[in-house]
Design a protein around this ligand. Structure first.
Ligand SMILES: [Zn+2]
Length: 186
């Protein structure tokens, strides 16, 4: 039985496919808005979006569905990657589009999603809130290697961090203020 892809997320993804995104900031804000919507639907406060680097069109959207789907690896990045691979009919996105695909995440990826990003074959990773912002409200991001960004760059993945950090961090803070479940706190 597959974890169900939430209807609200599918609707949001469909609507965003018709939108025009003119720069990184607008793409990131879609991921941040998705993180906020996720809270409203009992999900974790994280969102992600994958775009075609040549056309700037949305390919797939993701939200943290760990709790609503009872799935420990259903982080926003993994959901977006799953959706993008299913939509493209490929297990590696590197050859997709004229210039490959890029992954926007509302928060710096955890140890699992760093690996997921690498295996997905996206050629660009952009994140909003930083690792310390997620840890501040209690999420465990796992044992990340301090040189993880350099490792991705060495594998031809461009990495940009801290874009729209304040907006992304505000969603994390709201989740914490509302006593949202920190499901992997130890
Ligand atoms: Zn993750």
């Amino acid at each position: 039985m597959d974890p169900a892809f939430p209807v609200w997320l599918e609707d949001m993804e469909q609507a965003a496919r018709d939108q025009t995104f003119k720069d990184d900031r607008e793409k990131m804000m879609l991921a941040v808005r998705t993180s906020a919507e996720s809270i409203r639907h009992q999900g974790g406060p994280f969102g992600a979006a994958i775009f075609d680097r040549a056309t700037h069109q949305l390919v797939a959207l993701g939200a943290n569905c760990v709790v609503p789907c009872n799935c420990s690896h259903w982080h926003a990045e993994m959901v977006a990657i799953y959706r993008a691979e299913a939509a493209s009919g490929r297990f590696n996105l590197r050859a997709c589009g004229e210039q490959g695909y890029e992954l926007f995440s509302s928060c710096e990826p955890c140890v699992m999603c760093i690996g997921g990003t690498l295996w997905a074959g996206v050629t660009r990773l952009i994140f909003g809130a930083l690792d310390e912002d997620a840890r501040t409200i209690g999420f465990d991001e796992g044992p990340k290697h301090p040189e993880w960004q350099a490792y991705l760059r060495a594998r031809q993945v461009e990495v940009v961090g801290g874009l729209c950090r304040e907006e992304a961090r505000a969603v994390l803070q709201r989740y914490s203020d509302d006593s949202g479940l920190i499901y992997n706190a130890t």
